[in-house]
Design a protein around this ligand. Structure first.
Ligand code: NAD
Ligand code: MG
Length: 288
């Protein structure tokens, strides 16, 4: 896969959660490039927000590595979910698409129960779903409603899903959380979102300590700027045009460039002694 090194993105804006088909250019989820090598043969994975962006790239990679995959999507994202399902069908693995808004505990419990029942078990949980809304105004303009949406989607759901999943996870299982460069280098326009990502890093390390005795590894991936629907749906147009140019590599990353980190951390072949770490995929920005 070769990447354009000098790209500006065309002017574009969407309403959250955003759809892949309305993006220019279309993101690369590894559809034409990802080659599996049996790293996740026989594994059963639940990926939240697998309809689009990083979650879709992870779903495709996991299926091509031999895993059966359940993934969640929001009602407005049916078109994207159908495309992910088509990719999983093509990979020849069992898959389940679950419509779910994860902002309440009952739904998170149901999602885990559905995934376990339909996949016949679970040994990989990817807490990938996330929400942000950039704003120029300061703290005083963050409404309680916005805080609820950001904290419930990014943090509460992670706790609820993990709590529901752990009793089902056998030794050798892996939990992988989607963090962000924002945990290390927060933008003032993303005060609430950045705080959830820092909390996710902290919880990742802490859960790795708690779950180690059960043989469950817990890690996080911290992506830098990645070309997904989240960006045109939640960042100002001018920001989208310049997206990723402030990284050492000088460009945004594609979802396909993040998925291999999630494969590595899930794989018992490659990462059996890796737990409690946050792996940066940032185009060169530091994650410490
Ligand atoms: P995306 O829009 O493709 O995926 C985010 C997904 O989150 C959506 O598809 C949606 O299904 C899900 N989601 C949002 N609100 C939800 C809710 N209330 N209930 C259930 N699901 C909900 O964008 P993405 O960039 O691939 O985002 C995936 C993860 O990557 C997020 O956690 C995001 O914070 C993280 N991340 C993204 C970037 C980036 O630059 N794109 C950088 C760092 C971290
Ligand atoms: Mg989506």
């Amino acid at each position: 896969m070769s990447q354009d090194t000098s790209q500006s993105f065309p002017r574009q804006q969407q309403e959250p959660p955003g759809l892949t088909g309305d993006m220019q250019p279309l993101p690369d989820h590894g559809e034409d490039s990802y080659q599996g090598s049996g790293r996740l043969e026989g594994r059963k994975a639940l990926i939240t927000g697998g309809d689009s962006g990083i979650g879709r790239a992870v779903a495709i990679a996991y299926a091509r590595e031999g895993a059966d995959v359940a993934f969640t999507y929001l009602a407005d994202e049916k078109a994207d979910a159908d495309e992910t399902s088509a990719q999983l069908e093509r990979a020849g693995r069992a898959y389940v698409a679950i419509e779910a808004d994860l902002r309440d505990r009952e739904t998170c419990d149901r999602v885990v129960a559905d995934a376990v029942q339909q996949l016949g078990g679970l040994d990989i949980l990817v807490n990938n779903a996330g929400y942000q809304m950039a704003r120029e105004e300061g703290l005083e303009e963050i409404t309680d409603e916005t805080m609820d949406r950001v904290f419930k989607t990014n943090l509460y759901a992670l706790f609820w899903l993990t709590r529901a999943a752990v009793p089902h996870l056998p030794r050798g299982s892996a939990i992988i959380n989607n963090s962000s460069i924002q945990a290390f280098d927060p933008s003032s326009t993303l005060l609430d979102y950045a705080a959830t990502k820092a909390a996710i890093n902290n919880a990742t390390v802490n859960l790795a300590g708690q779950l180690g005795e059960k043989g469950i590894r817990v890690n996080a991936v911290a992506p830098g700027p990645i070309w997904t629907p989240l960006q045109p749906a939640t960042q100002p147009v001018e920001k989208v045009e310049q997206f990723g140019q402030d990284t050492p590599l000088g460009r945004a990353g594609q979802p396909a460039e993040v998925a291999p980190a999630f494969v590595f951390l899930a794989s018992e072949r490659d990462a059996s002694y890796v737990s409690g770490t946050v792996l940066g995929v940032t185009g060169g920005k530091p994650v410490f």
